[in-house]
Design a binder for this molecule. Sequence first.
Ligand SMILES: [Zn+2]
Ligand SMILES: [Zn+2]
Ligand SMILES: [Zn+2]
Length: 323
Amino acid sequence: MKCTFYVWTVLLLMTISSCINKTSEVVSRDDKLASKGIELVVLGTAQDAGAPQIACKKDCCASRFDGSSESFEVVSLGVVNHDLKSSYLFEATPDITTQSYYLNTVIGGFEKQVPDAVFLTHAHIGHYTGLMYYGKEALNAKSVNVYAMPRFQAFLSSNGPWDQLVANENIVLQSMSSGKAVELEKELKVTPLLVPHRDEYSETVGYLIKGPRKTALFIPDIDKWSKWKTPIDSLVSVVDYAFLDATFYDAVEINNRDISQIPHPFVIESFEQFKDLDTTDKSKIHFIHFNHTNPLLNKDSEAFKRTIELGFKVAQKGDRFAL
Ligand SMILES: [Zn+2]
Ligand SMILES: [Zn+2]
Ligand SMILES: [Zn+2]
């Protein structure tokens, strides 16, 4: 079993290292002009509940509720092929309405009602409940391809209201398995990777998204890095961009409880995890999936400044990357 795992890891690293390019470039931000080739775009950066979060009475959300500071949509990535006018959505969040609209603006005015496929990571509210907008009460979509792991598919097929979407063929569930690439287009492949997380209703996966020139890694939710059999540092070194779980920054957000007991890699733990990576590899890491309390949502915070000074990046809606 162990042997199989290592063989698989080596094969995976060899496959994706063929497209290494040692730069991590943000193409543009909020650039609505159509460009060429395949691009990845950040559509949302918050944890499942968004920011502001329902009923939050702390300072973090006061100005978000009254509109005097920015609100943040739930974590999501989009991928577009400008030449084929195709688009793919990673996660179906409660903000799917505005995120789908934004994804369309990136393709430059091409009016697509739905993406060519949706890839889901797991069955926690921020990551799949946006599927409801494909149903009868909203778009009443026709056969949207939705990729999900086997247990997640069984959950969607046998629980309301999701089973209605399946029965009415608003969505068509597509199978995938961990470590096996789904070839979407000649030069676009998506590979799910099982990761440890709270798996009440489904497995949890992250994704490798491989374009003609570059590869992105997307892991919005994971338990501590040490709990994953795959060495995250090695994986970061062979991709070009890594969008990684940064739910909490440090213990202050959880009233100074023991961070080792909370099943996410805190950002300060990730600093430690990645401290030996070289500058180029550090610059590939874009933190994402921020709890409403996370100071990285505030560009003026000390935490934000420290993250940038250490050579990492903080994902922002509208960031675009060539793949
Ligand atoms: Zn989440
Ligand atoms: Zn808050
Ligand atoms: Zn989760």
